[in-house]
Every structure is written in C-alpha cells, then in structure tokens.
Write a new protein. Structure first.
Lengths: 123, 151, 343
C-alpha cells in the first residue's frame, strides 16, 4: 500500500510538471529548447530558495526525472561546492553534480549518432 | 473602435489572423502530456527501487544518478531507432520535460547531422537544441553559488 | 504588338504549350488525395540514395528526364532548363542540372518557383529564343525540415498552423511545336509583407501576396474570378486559403467554388498534416498531375495557377524579421484539339 502511494505521488507530480510545460507550449507557442531552459532555471531557483528539497522528498522520481531536477542538481552542486571549496566551488560545483548525466547523454548521442540514420516522419 | 483606426495595416492583419487561427482541442494533448510524463517518472522510480533492491549497499543519491543515466541511455536509443519522436507527437511536453527529452534533444541532431561529417556534423550540431539548456543551467548554477557564498 | 497588359501582366501571343509533364512524389503524398494522378510514387523517401538531399536531386532528375522522354525529345534538343528548390543556394536544382549538360537557369521564389519558372520559360519560348524549355522544381520533406526547423528525430509537436513540406518534384516541357495546353498570360507578383512573424503560419504570411497578384491579374486582364474554371493557389493551406478568400472578398472579389489550393488538396484529413502541404514540390506536382490531367479530360478549360512563396530564411526569422510573401500567376488554357484526338 505504501509503495502504491509512492508511485501515485511520483506519477502525479511528474505528470503535473509536464502538464505545466504543455500548457506553456499551447499558450505561448514557445519551442522545446525554451521550455527546457525555462524549466532548468525554475528548478535551480526553487532549489536555491530551499523549496525543491521538500518536493523531491515528497515525490521522489516525480521531481528528479523532469528537467527541473537537472536544474536543481546544478544549483545544489554549486551550493555544495561553495561549502567545500569556497569561491572555486561556485565554478566547479554545478558541473560536478551533473557530470554523470551530461556525459552519458553526450556519449550515448555520439554512439547512437554513429549507428543510426534519421528517418522521415510519418506524421 | 477609435483605437483600431490608429492600427497600421499590418497590426490589423495580425489581429485578424490571430482570431482566424483554428482553436484546436488542446485538452487531449494536456491529458497525454500528463499521462506520459507521469509514466516516465514512474519508470524512473521503478528503476531506482529496483537498483536499491539489487544492490542493497547503494545509497539513495547513487541510485538516483544511475536511474537518470539509464533513462538518458534508453531515450537516446529510442531516438536513434526513430521511436522517440513518435511518442513526442502526441505526448508533447510529456516527453520533452523529463530528462529523456533532454537526451532526445542531444541525440536527434547527432543522428540527423551525421551526414555532414563526424566532426562538423555530429559533434558540432549535437548541442544545437540542448546547448542553451546547458549554458543557461551552468550560468544559473554559478550565480546560485555566488549568492550562497556572499549571503 | 503590345505584349503587356496593365501593370504586371504579360501576354504570350504565340501561345507556348506544355507539351509534356511529369510528377514524382513521396510515399505520404502518394497516399493522399491525388494518388491516382501522380506518374510515380516513391516507396522509400531516400530513393535509394545516401542522404535526403541526394534523394531530392534524384527525384528532380527523374522528373526532368521523364518529362523530356514523354515529349519524344532527346536531352540535347532541350534548349534551357529552368529550375529551383527550397534548399540553400538552390543546390538541388543546380546539382541536378549538371547531369544534363544543357543551359540552366536557377530561380528562387520559395514555393512559388513553379509558376515563376513557367512564366520565365514561356517568355523565352514565346519570344522565339528557345524552342524547348524544361521547367522543374522539387522539394523533400526531410531536407526542408532539417534546414528550416528541427532534426527529424526530435520529439516535438508541430503547431496546428504548420504545413507539411511535400516530398515531390514536377517537371513541364514548354514548346511552340507540339500539342498541349497553352500558357497565355502571366502575372508577376510583388513581394508583399503584412507583418506576420510566425514561421509556423506560412499560409497567413503568403495570403496577402496571393491577394495582391490575383487582384492585379483581374484588373490587368479585365477578368473576374468567374472567368476561370479553376483558380489554384500554390500552398496557402487550409487557413491561408480561408484568409485569402476573406481578403479577396474585402476587396470586392468573390472566390467561389472554382477556387482551390494545392496544399489544401494534397493530403486527406487522416494524414495529420494540419493545414496541408507546402513547398515548391507541392504546386509543381499538383499542376503536373491532377490539373493537367483534368484539363486533358476537359474538366478544366481555363486555369489560373498562382503559386505562392514565403521568402524567409532561418537567419531572418531568428533575427525577428517578418515573413514576406510572393505570388506569381500563369493562365493555362485548354488545348481544344486534344478533345478531337481522343474522340
């Protein structure tokens, strides 16, 4: 039962964040690049003011999988870096915390880019 | 009515076109984006829980990182196979906003521009969609760090 | 003899004829409304080539070769090839032309290129400079998509006002000798900009240009929309043609049932192209298949073909510039001798 509740929370919060994005797309006609940028910034700001932590504790993957979680990690990493290294940490922290994700995305893109060819859209 | 007289021909035309654009049913796309986004997050949670069950020594943070890596990898593969854009057609933000959308936005130009060469095509164009995300993300993370340092 | 009517219209007194024509389209277009009219439908959008750009060139080459063959001519009997496409520096048309070793004139009028090249070609033929002129244009959905918009595999949604670039190429051979429908007049359009910035709403950007050219045409030739069996705009799409009808009505011209739009006609509603087809392949293939065939059958006798183009580039739209449009119109009259031949 508890597990069911967790997944329900994950589903609801993750879905809601995406729903917000869809509303933005329909209302403002902005492109997906801008949606991603906006959500990363929102995530970072929420983390900086301490609001993202409670959401993440509540919704788990529902808050870490959306791209806002990426922004959160960047901000969290920078804060962590400053704590450990001082000024240098402001430069190093963000990338350090997200290095695994970015590297994986780049490496996977490189490999699959070499393997696959683009296909014409059907619809 | 008086105000409209001051509008130029082009402004009037733009207002007219805006009114003329068919109002599409946006409701189904909202539902789809909610469902798909939610399901992707649930898959993430499933991977997370699975990892923690298989490797009991793994901490929450580590499992979360692995989960993101696996999602990114899967999305990249689906992009290469040409399936991710089909999900995107009906899911909209539901497949753009999750980290899988980020992965898709890096892999899709890589696959697309390979024909212009590995270096100038694949490598250069790889960030043509996702570049701004990383740039803005890093800038805001730096600003956050600076603010934290001084306040 | 005065060969000019009014401000923008020229008359071809010697009546150049479209002595043969050919159209080739992609799979999706082949499933659309005109599947029975196209000469050739691709099974694979790559056409056996390595890249979509090469496929586009091959389609264009295929269309030109077959239109020449259908006219019972040899390639060295062609005096001039006029062609264009949507890619940067119109590479598809010029790269295709190198296979023919004949004089080539590359033209660019975005999606209006077919009408533009027909007008130029007719003028050359009418003037007696050239005997046989080939006019050909082609586009490919995938090349246009990656040049103007996003990578194909990106999981984005196309906005509801967007149109689908047609994969296809069309070619017509113009000549004074032979049988075929006659090109009698051409109205060359002005670049018209009504300040539309949305690159996903081409129909709205091009409709004012179509209106400008059509009104000039009716004024120059002292005709009305009712004088034509078919008034066909290039690729305004559903929304664009509705806008055009409103704009024309506003100016005192009523476009009735004889009006239609290539983009709107191309696909059926189940194909999810939203506003319909676009690209210079759209008007080229519809003209060179459906329209000319229906003229053969005698359904249309007098057609006003007004292809429209949106003259934007990715650079201009990123810098926030508005989208100017252009529209060229040619009048095609049925060759009445064809009827007798069939009977």
């Amino acid at each position: 039962m508890e597990m069911f509740l967790t997944y329900l929370k994950v589903f609801a919060v993750g879905g809601l964040i995406c729903l917000l994005g869809q509303i933005l797309i329909i209302k403002t006609k902005i492109t997906s690049s801008r949606i991603l940028v906006l959500f990363v910034c929102i995530g970072a700001v929420l983390e900086a003011v301490g609001l993202y932590e409670p959401i993440a504790n509540f919704a788990k993957a529902g808050a870490t999988v959306p791209i806002t979680g990426f922004g959160r990690s960047l901000a969290k990493g920078a804060i962590q870096g400053v704590k450990e290294m001082g000024f240098l940490g402001a430069f190093a922290g963000g990338l350090t915390a997200t290095a695994a994700g970015i590297t994986c995305a780049v490496v996977a893109a490189f490999i699959f880019g070499l393997i696959f060819n683009s296909k014409t859209k059907k619809f | 009515m008086k105000k409209e007289k001051h509008l130029s021909r082009n402004e009037q035309y733009n207002i007219y076109v805006e009114a003329k654009i068919p109002k599409t049913k946006s409701f189904p796309s909202l539902i789809y984006s909610f469902l798909v986004g939610g399901v992707i997050c649930m898959i993430g949670q499933g991977i997370n829980d699975g990892l923690m069950a298989i490797f009991p020594t793994m901490g929450q943070e580590e499992a979360n990182s692995w989960m993101l890596i696996i999602l990114i990898f899967i999305a990249s593969l689906l992009t290469g196979l040409g399936w991710y854009d089909r999900i995107g057609v009906f899911a909209g933000a539901g497949s753009i906003v999750p980290i899988t959308g980020f992965s898709n936005s890096i892999t899709s130009p890589a696959v697309e521009f390979k024909k212009e060469g590995i270096i100038f095509g694949l490598c250069v164009k790889m960030f043509s969609v996702a570049g701004p995300v990383i740039v803005c993300g890093l800038v805001i993370s730096f600003i956050t760090g600076i603010i934290y340092l001084f306040f | 003899m005065n060969n000019k009517l009014g401000d923008q219209t020229i008359i071809f007194n010697n009546k150049p004829r479209i002595i043969s024509n050919y159209s080739i389209v992609g799979e999706k277009e082949g499933n659309g409304n005109f599947k029975d009219y196209f000469h050739y439908i691709l099974k694979d959008d790559l056409f056996g080539e390595k890249s979509f750009e090469h496929a586009e060139q091959k389609m264009l080459q295929f269309a030109i070769e077959h239109s020449i063959k259908n006219a019972n001519l040899k390639i060295n009997e062609i005096d001039l090839i006029i062609g264009g496409d949507l890619l940067n520096q119109i590479i598809s048309a010029s790269f295709t032309a190198r296979h023919f070793d004949r004089p080539f004139l590359g033209v660019y009028g975005a999606c209006s290129t077919m009408a533009e090249s027909l007008a130029i070609g007719s003028a050359f033929v009418n003037g007696g400079y050239f005997n046989n002129v080939v006019c050909a244009t082609g586009t490919h959905f995938s090349t246009a998509e990656r040049q103007y918009r996003f990578p194909l595999e990106l999981g984005n949604q196309r906005p509801p006002t967007s149109q689908w670039t047609v994969t296809g190429a069309g070619s017509s051979v113009l000549s004074l000798n032979g049988t075929g429908h006659k090109i009698t007049k051409a109205t060359l359009g002005k670049v018209t900009d009504y300040g539309i910035k949305d690159v996903n709403n081409m129909g709205a950007a091009m409709a004012p240009a179509a209106m400008s050219t059509l009104i000039s045409h009716f004024q120059d030739t002292k005709t009305t929309p009712d004088d034509y069996d078919l008034i066909l705009t290039g690729d305004l799409g559903k929304l664009g043609s509705e806008i055009l009808m409103d704009l024309m009505e506003h100016n005192g011209y009523k476009l009735g049932k004889n009006y239609n739009d290539c983009g709107q006609m191309m696909f059926n509603n189940n194909q999810k192209t939203f506003q319909g087809g676009s690209g210079c392949g759209c008007s080229a293939t519809v003209l060179n298949s459906y329209v000319l065939k229906k003229m053969d059958e005698g359904v249309f006798k007098n057609v006003l073909f007004a292809a429209t183009g949106a003259l934007l580039s990715t650079l201009s739209s990123q810098q926030g510039d508005t989208v100017p449009g252009i529209c060229h119109a040619v009048v095609i009259e049925r060759d009445e001798s064809k009827k007798e031949n069939k009977k």
